[in-house]
Write a protein that binds this ligand. Structure first.
Ligand code: SF4
Length: 433
């Protein structure tokens, strides 16, 4: 039996499934698991050090870029323990040559079980089709300590989080899943997911986030889970992430989803520039954005688009048009300022490295930042991105961002569009990738 310490630094505001799922697999294999969720727990360096010394294996969860950067800081505190540190998760692949520990990606639960049992690790992503035990949430802080769900009247509710699938059937070129999964999708098993929902409802959850990269990658499973949960736990609400292409392809499902309790959907709009959407291989066009806004509105589901506003391909005109789109479609209240200052991340294994190198925009690789640095051919765009990121940190309003963009890009401000005074459902924490 090995003693395994699992550490999460950030999981977008929800109780970390990236701890609960491997904890269950490790416990089922006879190992002893403890965990820290540093996003909500205050853990002194002495306590972290003592727990790490006592562990045979230290897993640092890196499900996305922000968590990986925070994970590096934690690993640097564990001096002399790199031989038992393992980074695991989607963003781990960039970490294997930092000398801070091993790194595994893909379906990592069973790889962690292997490591705890003394097997070697490979940093090449591994996949399996085995069903998992029900995640062990008892070793984590209670759901009350995590992001809550806000309903249309502003009421606040405890929220839970599950994933019905692993990986993604698509290959968007900017997505960290693409180099790992390359279009592969694995189902987590309906019984396991339903049991995980049950235990979170029992723990007080009134809202469940289906955090799958794309909920309609497996529409049959998705609808079965919604129907079953809605029957078992009437009144529970849900949110999901669904790509534009699927919202169009499966538009007939939206009214039933709303009836079953789906109150909002997050969708990666990314850009209103068709050329960029093609480079990113998003499978949708700018015209599709209005279509899905109409479909979801008709179904009574709030849509929360996400954006990728700064890339080497984004022209000043495209950025201006993106702001106009947000304003004219009355999306300002569902667009956190931080979204408008985001800059394309380019991990070392990104499919965008070669085209960006060819166009001369890549500069140096930032080992700690885990991304290639790049510059726009129009220096005003880089300056504007820096200014908007700074404004977002200071909780600036949309109007301030619009002013900054018009000033830097020397364009006439367009007339303000009055927004409706409504409260749209959402979670209390804006997340970062
Ligand atoms: S659909 Fe979403 S999760 Fe899937 S590859 Fe594209 S960006 Fe990534």
């Amino acid at each position: 039996m090995a003693r395994v310490l699992l550490i999460s630094t950030y999981e977008q505001g929800h109780q970390p499934l990236s701890i609960a799922a491997p904890a269950a697999a490790l416990t089922a294999a006879g190992h002893k698991v403890s965990a820290f969720d540093l996003a909500v727990e205050s853990v002194s360096s002495d306590r972290l050090h003592a727990a790490s010394v006592a562990a045979d294996l230290i897993g640092i969860s890196t499900p996305m870029h922000t968590a990986a950067r925070l994970g590096i800081r934690i690993a640097r505190q564990l001096t002399g323990m790199s031989d038992k540190v393992v980074f695991y998760g989607h963003a781990a692949s960039s970490l294997h040559d930092l000398g801070l520990g091993r790194a595994i990606s893909g379906d990592t639960d069973l790889q962690l079980v292997g490591l705890a049992g003394g097997e070697d690790a490979s940093h090449v992503p591994l996949f399996d089709r085995e069903l998992r035990p029900v995640p062990n949430r008892s070793i984590l802080p209670p759901l009350e300590q995590y992001a809550r769900y806000r309903d249309v009247s502003g009421g606040s509710h405890v929220a839970g989080y599950v994933e019905a699938t692993r990986g993604c059937a698509h290959r968007c070129t900017h997505c960290p899943l693409t180099p790992i999964y390359a279009g592969r999708l694995r189902l987590n098993g309906a019984d396991t997911v339903l049991a995980d929902i049950d235990q979170q409802v029992l723990a007080g959850a009134e809202h469940i986030t289906f955090g799958d990269p794309d909920f309609l990658n497996a529409p049959g499973l998705a609808m079965d889970l919604l129907r079953e949960t809605s029957g078992q736990h009437p009144g529970t609400t849900f949110d999901t992430t669904i790509k534009v292409e699927h919202l169009i392809e499966h538009q007939e499902l939206l009214p039933e989803m709303a009836e079953l309790g789906v109150t909002f959907i997050t969708s990666a709009f990314e850009s209103i520039d068709d050329r960029l959407l093609e480079i990113l291989d998003k499978g949708h066009t700018a015209d599709d954005l209005d279509l899905v806004l109409q479909h979801t509105e008709r179904a009574g589901i709030a849509l929360r688009p996400t954006w990728l506003p700064f890339t080497p391909w984004t022209t000043p005109a495209h950025f201006r048009d993106l702001l106009r789109f947000v304003e004219t479609r009355k999306l300002v209240d569902v667009t956190p300022p931080v979204q408008l200052g985001l800059r394309l991340l380019v991990p070392s294994d990104s499919p965008l490295v070669d085209p960006m190198r060819e166009m001369g925009s890549l500069t140096t690789y930032d080992r700690d930042g885990l991304t290639w640095n790049w510059r726009h051919e129009d220096a005003r765009m880089d300056d504007l991105q820096g200014e908007i990121a700074g404004l977002a940190e200071r909780q600036a309003t949309f109007a301030q961002i619009k002013d900054a963009a018009c000033r830097r890009l020397e364009v006439e401000p367009w007339p303000d569009v009055a927004a409706p005074h409504v409260h749209r459902p959402g979670l209390t924490e804006d997340w970062f990738c």
